[in-house]
Design a protein around this ligand. Structure first.
Ligand code: DCP
Length: 227
């Protein structure tokens, strides 16, 4: 059982965590479609669409505010992302496999990092976020067994993002997706930050008709619980 660093106290949520897979990739890389493919399996607990929570925090659309007024809202938005991710990470389930869209790790190593780089987060705000992440890391059990990286090129996800036309994302420039792409690559391919589990890569530039074969390949890995 996982222990806290100084005492013999178990970390929060050490119990009830099955084999857990994070689905990661740039905005528009197909994470939701990938998760939906696994709906047919009874043993899988699917945790999709945290974005719907971010768009409706008791009637307030934090995602929209974050894009409209980033200097003011990026910090509360990422704080709320942290909470919703923690809720999903710690959710207990009877199922033998948990599939989650994103994780605390991509929030930290991709989005928050990018917001600091772009000057959207003040250094002080960034430091507070880091202290939260470190506290969580030391005191909460985050189950991580596999990361599925839906790898794309920024050009392809930019076209998809424009085609799906989510109203909040109208203002996102190509450059932003390029930066996020680099940060995902730095984390998942080049290992610039901690990778909590082995990475299984999928070519997610492929059009929907051709990507099923890739899904089937990952299906075997996920269901047999072997990276
Ligand atoms: N977002 C953010 N910070 C995070 C996570 C997400 O600013 N820590 C933003 C980016 C998007 C929106 O939230 O505008 C949703 O992003 P996701 O990539 O999580 O979800 P998608 O719906 O874009 O995924 P996909 O198209 O791959 O299904």
């Amino acid at each position: 059982m996982a222990q806290s660093s100084s005492l013999t106290r178990p970390k929060f949520a050490s119990e009830g965590q099955p084999y857990t897979v994070f689905i990661e990739g740039n905005i528009g890389s197909g994470k939701t479609t990938f998760l939906n493919y696994f709906r047919k399996f009874d043993q899988v607990c699917l945790q999709a669409e945290p974005v719907e929570k971010w768009r409706d925090v008791s009637g307030v659309n934090l995602l929209d505010l974050m894009y409209k007024e980033p200097n003011r809202w990026a910090m509360p938005f990422q704080t709320y992302v942290t909470l919703t991710m923690l809720q999903t990470h710690t959710l207990a389930t009877e199922k033998s496999i948990k599939l989650m869209e994103r994780s605390l790790f991509s929030a930290r190593y991709c989005f928050v990092e990018n917001m600091l780089n772009n000057g959207v987060l003040h250094q002080g705000m960034y430091n507070v976020m880091q202290e939260w992440y470190n506290f969580i890391r030391e005191n909460v059990h985050i189950q991580a067994d596999l990361i599925v990286y839906l790898r794309t090129t920024p050009e392809v996800v930019y076209e998809r993002m424009k085609a799906r036309a989510r109203s909040e994302e109208k203002c996102i420039p190509f450059e932003y997706l390029k930066q996020l792409h680099e940060l995902h690559e730095n984390w998942l391919i080049h290992g610039h930050h901690e990778r909590p589990a082995p990475v299984f890569m999928i070519d997610a530039d492929l059009p929907l008709e051709d990507i099923t074969k890739e899904y089937e390949r990952s299906e075997q890995s996920i269901l047999s619980k072997k990276p």
